[in-house]
Design a protein around this ligand. Structure first.
Ligand SMILES: Cc1ncc(COP(=O)(O)O)c(C=O)c1O
Length: 391
């Protein structure tokens, strides 16, 4: 069958080859440790699980409104007020099937054919696909260690052309585990606004931060509007540990709502209904206490990894303060290194190729979404491997 040109445009994840090799080793009984995982190693919090079971038992399994359950939109609005002291009307909050659908809807609503969209390199690999699906052209902005792999307004301005429609950022970012500081974010939003562009800010890892309180661009801009054309993306996947429930949200200016609603109606009808009811349990003190405890566990792991990796022979050039990733320099070509590390040390890390066009072969991503015991074993194996002392 003849395939569309779009199907050839979408890139596979190179890491899948490595994960397949890791799975094959595990199937042979080899104790592989994954530092490759992009999701929390915790189950969904107990109160959420209970709420999910109750929702299913009560047959809350039919479609909801395309923009999501009003109760959940209200709960998220209260959450912004309580945690960030920012008033975001519930009607500007749209529930989606994960941050993925939110990113897709945002791109479809904002990008015209052949529009250029600035994306950070390194960055989340699927962003490129969302832009392309909307007919746009991804334009990668190289970021550097010295700025914690986040762009400045000057970096973006330099690459901005008359064909550029906007910019898609993530703070904290994947694969770097670093955030944009408030001043840079402010400069970017202001600068892009002056040029009449849009800013999409993916805040999926927002509450998983370890050195300062969680931040939102909405603290700087207030609720999005035509005067402040920001779209915020978020998700229940990471902080709330609900990856498989496929639930996220976006905050959009009023004028974008009808378009987003049409995309939602046509492309997904509505987000997962039982998951939406379950998510109402996320913002309760009980669940937030569980998530806070887990955040502390992630922080302890981050501290351990940041101090241990250099001793094990892996250089860090940035300060990962969020998410559960460390983007580090690979001792040699990262694809070969990660393959060797897997085969010889049974540690699975991810080469930078999926995240970076510019320096992917130099860098690799290590995830600490794994138990402290496993992290300790992994570090020891990496140390021995790097010294050529593996038994
Ligand atoms: C930066 C970033 N944005 C979006 C997503 C998609 O997340 P979701 O599970 O909410 O669709 C991911 C997943 O890893 C991510 O790392």
């Amino acid at each position: 069958m003849k395939q569309s040109s779009l199907s050839n445009l979408v890139q596979p994840f190179h890491v899948m080859e490595l994960v397949k090799a890791a799975d094959a080793l595990q199937a042979q009984g080899k104790p592989v440790i994954h530092l490759s995982i992009g999701e929390p190693d915790f189950p969904m919090p107990e109160p959420v699980e209970q709420a999910l079971i109750q929702a299913v038992s009560a047959h809350k399994t039919r479609y909801t409104a395309a923009l999501g359950l009003p109760e959940l939109r209200e709960a998220i609005s209260r959450h912004y007020e309580q945690q960030f002291k920012v008033r975001v009307p519930a009607h500007q909050i749209v529930i989606t099937s994960g941050a993925s659908a939110a990113l897709m809807f945002a791109c479809l609503a904002l990008i015209n054919r052949t529009d250029k969209v600035l994306l950070t390199d390194p960055g989340y690999p699927c962003n490129k696909t969302f832009v392309q699906m909307a007919g746009g052209v991804p334009d990668f902005v190289q970021t550097h260690e010295a700025q914690n792999f986040q762009p400045s307004w000057a970096d973006l301005r330099e690459q901005w052309t008359r064909h550029t429609a906007g910019v898609l950022l993530a703070s904290p970012n994947n694969p770097t585990g670093t955030q944009l500081n408030a001043q840079s974010m402010k400069d970017i939003v202001h600068g892009v606004n002056t040029l009449g562009g849009f800013v999409i800010v993916d805040e999926i890892y927002q509450s998983l931060c370890y050195d300062q309180p969680a931040q939102s661009v909405l603290q700087l801009t207030g609720a999005p509007s035509d005067r402040m054309p920001v779209v915020v993306i978020n998700s229940f996947s990471k902080y709330f540990g609900m990856t498989g429930l496929r639930l996220g949200w976006m905050v959009v200016p009023d004028t974008l709502l009808p378009a987003i609603e049409r995309f939602a109606q046509n492309l997904s009808i509505c987000p997962n209904t039982p998951a939406q009811w379950a998510a109402l349990a996320c913002f309760t003190p009980e669940t937030l206490a569980i998530c806070e405890e887990r955040r502390q566990i992630f922080k302890a792991r981050r501290d351990f990894m940041v101090t241990s990796l250099p001793k094990a022979g892996i250089e860090l050039h940035s300060t990962p303060d969020s998410a559960f990733y460390i983007y580090a320099k690979s001792p040699y070509d990262s694809e070969r290194y990660c393959k060797d590390l897997l085969e010889q040390a049974l540690v699975c890390a991810v080469p930078g190729k999926d995240f970076s066009e510019f320096r992917g072969s130099e860098m690799m991503r290590l995830s600490y979404a794994n138990s402290m015991d496993n992290l300790k074993t992994a570090i020891e194996r990496i140390r021995l491997f790097n010294k050529g002392q593996l038994p």
